[in-house]
Design a protein around this ligand. Structure first.
Ligand SMILES: NC(=O)c1ccc[n+]([C@@H]2O[C@H](COP(=O)([O-])OP(=O)(O)OC[C@H]3O[C@@H](n4cnc5c(N)ncnc54)[C@H](OP(=O)(O)O)[C@@H]3O)[C@@H](O)[C@H]2O)c1
Length: 238
C-alpha cells in the first residue's frame, strides 16, 4: 500500500490519519500553518506519520485525502495532484464558504467544481457524508458483520476502485454512487448525508455532534442513495 498524503489535519483529516496508521499505511499530513504546527498530532499518530508541507503531502502518495474548506481549494498546487487519486471530503456550506453561483444553480456538484479547480486530478468524492466523530466509532475490519459502508463517486473508474480499496483497508465497505454529477445524492441535506449514520437519526441538529453512530450496511446505503432527493442548493442557508 503506497503512502497516503493528507491535506487538511482537522476533524476529518485527523480521523482518517488515525485509521490509516492503524492499518499500517504511512501518512504525510499537512495543514495551512505548516509542519511545525503538527508536532502533537504526529506524535500521537506514531512512526508511520510525518508532517509535511501541502506540496510534500500532495507528492507523497498516489492517493491523497483532501479535507480542507472549499474556499481553500484555489490555493492548492494543482499540478502536483495531476494524475493522482484524490479523495475529496469537501462539502459546500454557504455560511462558511460564501455563496458560490455554480453550486447554487446546481450547474455542478461540489466535487465537479473541485475538478474544475484541479484539472487532471482523479477526484473521488468520499468521507464527506459522515460526521468526523462517527468515523472511529464505525470503522471495522473487513468481514465484520456490523461493518458500515461509505458512498464513493468519481468519473475515473480506476481511481474509484483504488479509493474503494483504500477505504476497505481503513475500515469501511463502499457503495458505488456513480459519477461526480450524481454525487449530490450524498451532499448536505440530501437523503444520504450524515444523519444516516446516527443511532437516532431524528435527534435535533444541535445534539448531532454528541450523538452516537449505528452501523449502516451497504444494502441500506444503496437504497438511501437511490431514493435521495436533490435539495435546492440556493435555498440552503448553512
Ligand atoms: N467535520 C465533519 O464532521 C465533516 C464531515 C464531512 C465532511 N466534512 C468536510 O470536510 C472538509 C474538512 O472538514 P473538517 O471538519 O475536517 O475541517 P477543519 O476541522 O476545519 O479542518 C480543516 C483543515 O484544513 C486545513 N486548511 C485550510 N486551508 C488550507 C490550505 N489552504 N492548505 C492546506 N490546508 C488548509 C486547516 O489547516 P489549519 O489547521 O492549519 O487551519 C485544517 O487542518 C470540509 O469541506 C467539511 O465540510 C466535514
Amino acid at each position: 500500500m503506497p503512502t497516503l498524503g493528507i491535506i487538511g489535519s482537522g476533524n476529518i483529516g485527523a480521523a482518517v490519519a488515525r485509521l490509516a496508521v492503524a492499518a499500517d499505511i504511512d501518512v504525510v499530513i499537512a495543514n495551512s500553518r505548516g509542519p511545525q504546527s503538527l508536532t502533537g498530532l504526529v506524535e500521537e499518530l506514531g512512526p508511520r506519520a510525518t508532517a509535511g508541507t501541502v506540496e510534500q503531502a500532495a507528492r507523497a502518495g498516489e492517493e491523497t485525502l483532501l479535507s480542507i474548506p472549499l474556499a481553500a481549494y484555489r490555493s492548492l498546487p494543482a499540478d502536483l495532484l495531476r494524475d493522482r487519486t484524490v479523495l475529496d471530503t469537501g462539502n459546500y456550506y454557504p455560511y462558511r464558504d460564501g455563496r458560490i453561483a455554480e453550486l447554487d444553480s446546481e450547474e455542478v456538484t461540489t466535487t465537479e467544481l473541485a475538478q474544475q479547480l484541479l484539472p487532471g486530478a482523479l477526484l473521488v468524492k468520499a468521507f464527506n457524508n459522515i460526521l468526523a466523530h462517527h468515523i472511529p466509532q464505525l470503522a471495522r475490519p473487513a468481514g465484520a458483520p456490523d461493518r458500515s459502508a461509505l458512498p464513493v463517486a468519481g468519473n475515473d473508474s480506476g481511481a474509484k476502485a483504488r479509493a474503494a480499496e483504500l477505504i476497505d483497508r481503513l475500515g469501511f465497505d463502499t457503495v458505488d454512487a456513480g459519477t461526480l454529477d450524481e454525487s449530490w445524492r450524498f451532499e448536505p441535506e440530501s437523503g444520504a448525508y450524515t444523519r444516516i449514520y446516527l443511532a437516532a437519526p431524528d435527534v435535533p441538529a444541535e445534539h448531532m455532534l454528541r450523538s452516537p453512530a449505528a452501523p449502516l450496511p451497504a444494502g441500506k446505503l444503496r437504497a438511501v442513495l437511490q431514493t435521495a432527493q436533490r435539495v435546492k442548493v440556493a435555498e440552503r442557508t448553512f
